[in-house]
Design a protein. Structure first.
Length: 439
């Protein structure tokens, strides 16, 4: 029997999960490689034999996506598998057209073939776009469940940008665990708030192994989704966030629209900062595409430590990286705080950009003034530190969820900006979770 040559297009997340759940032990296929994009410098590695399984004793090479057309010809590829998230429907079809123009089939692998069943109740928190408010919603859900006497363990969508053999299954309960696993800034942004709340977090590469380990110490599993990807697990309760600041995009991005249609509960976040017209537009979309979902309205008000220090200061604003890059937002909590507390000026960080961060500004040319907290490896963290120390400012306003001084060294004073989910009216998450646990 001749095997079908396959290449998987990804970004070090769903691509590996699709391989593990559908292709790893499937003798009908031969995965000739992964392509990688979105995350700086994640290609040039190998998916190791320890993860690839018996059919791939040499592991599987990871290539830059820009080489896709040449790889299709060179490797005699018959199927291109698309497996990453937060990309417009239009761009997905551009990728499809590239593959189809060279002859192979173009495929998406769905939940039925990739979702793993837990032995414990499993609640997922997902979104239609990056930067909608999953993190604070996940924290809110964990707080409510904990107050009900449940032991909650969060499993975070993958961010394996280091040594994949060392990242098969990772457990985070302390700040020392973050250092031990050499976490990137993006990872710390997601793990630190959970640790602060006493919630254990699992993440890594092999999500079957991860789930079985998490189940050993949990009453309830909480899937903490990444980007706008759909869950890796079968959800008993699926909570999805939508963003009226990007009204209409809930049905124009992949796989955000999938999440919208799969949701049991839809949270309309940021209603305190969105206009009424856009909130109503989002409601109309929900009614049209998922009329059975419960709708919760919420805001994400900022909380600023020593906000009075911002007044009349020349400030550098640092924001959460993914929200600004593939999330497409032009600003975050840091800018909101700088304006609220009357900063004299927001320094144009872009003019100080160096190395890979300069490349980030070139790729995501909607970014202005603010500095995305890019830190996908030691080199980029060093570039971020050098930029911050070179920028002429009186104060740093940090909208990233982490204490950035744990990562970089700077003499500049930092004012941190936080945010939490604030539900408005009923139904609310407590009602929803109480009903869920009683059934």
């Amino acid at each position: 029997m001749t095997k079908i040559n396959v290449i998987i297009m990804g970004a070090a997340g769903r691509d590996f999960h699709v391989f593990n759940t559908y292709f790893r032990d499937n003798e009908l296929y031969n995965v000739v490689g992964f392509t990688a994009t979105q995350i700086p410098d994640i290609y040039g590695r190998k998916y190791p034999k320890e993860l690839a399984g018996d059919l791939y004793p040499d592991g599987i090479s990871i290539y830059p996506e820009k080489d896709l057309e040449n790889l299709i010809k060179e490797k005699q590829v018959k199927q291109g598998i698309f497996a990453y998230s937060d990309i417009s429907h239009l761009d997905v079809m551009h990728k499809a057209s590239t593959v189809l123009s060279k002859g192979p089939d173009f495929r998406l692998i769905g939940p039925e073939n990739t979702s793993i069943k837990s032995t414990k109740p499993l609640i997922s928190v997902c979104a239609v776009r990056t930067g909608v408010g999953k993190s604070q919603t996940t924290r809110k859900v964990s707080e409510i469940l904990t107050s009900m006497g449940k032991k909650v363990v969060a499993i975070r969508h993958p961010m394996p940008y280091g040594d994949l053999k060392e990242q098969i299954c990772q457990r985070f309960a302390t700040y020392e665990d973050l250092d031990k696993h050499k976490c990137t800034i993006e990872e710390r942004e997601e793990y630190e708030p959970h640790i602060d709340n006493g919630i254990i977090v699992y993440s890594g590469v092999d999500y079957e192994v991860i789930l079985r380990e998490a189940e050993k110490e949990a009453d309830v599993i909480l899937w903490d989704g990444g980007n706008n990807d759909f869950p890796f697990y079968e959800s008993d309760l699926n909570i999805v966030l939508v963003d009226p600041l990007r009204a209409g995009q809930e049905i124009t991005y992949h796989p955000g629209e999938t999440n919208l249609k799969m949701a049991d509960v839809i949270v309309i976040n940021k209603i305190d900062s969105a206009n009424k017209k856009d909130i109503e537009l989002v409601r109309e979309v929900i009614t049209q595409y998922n009329k059975d979902a419960k709708i919760i309205e919420a805001a994400s008000p900022i909380k600023v430590e020593q906000g009075d220090k911002i007044k009349e200061k020349k400030v550098l604003v640092i924001e959460d990286g993914p929200t600004l890059t593939h999330g497409g937002m032009k600003y975050g909590a840091g800018v909101v705080a700088a304006k609220k507390y009357c900063a004299k000026e927001i320094v144009d960080a872009k003019t100080y950009a160096i190395g890979s961060i300069k490349e980030t500004y070139e790729k995501y040319n909607h970014l202005e003034l603010i500095l995305p907290a890019m830190g996908y490896g030691d080199k980029q963290i060093n570039e971020l530190e050098e930029m911050i120390n070179n920028i002429d400012c009186d104060l740093i306003v940090s909208g990233t969820p982490i204490d950035i001084k744990r990562i970089i060294e700077t003499d500049k004073e930092i004012v941190r900006v936080g945010y939490s989910l604030q539900e408005i009216g009923e139904p609310n998450l407590k009602c929803v979770l109480k009903d869920f646990l009683s059934n």
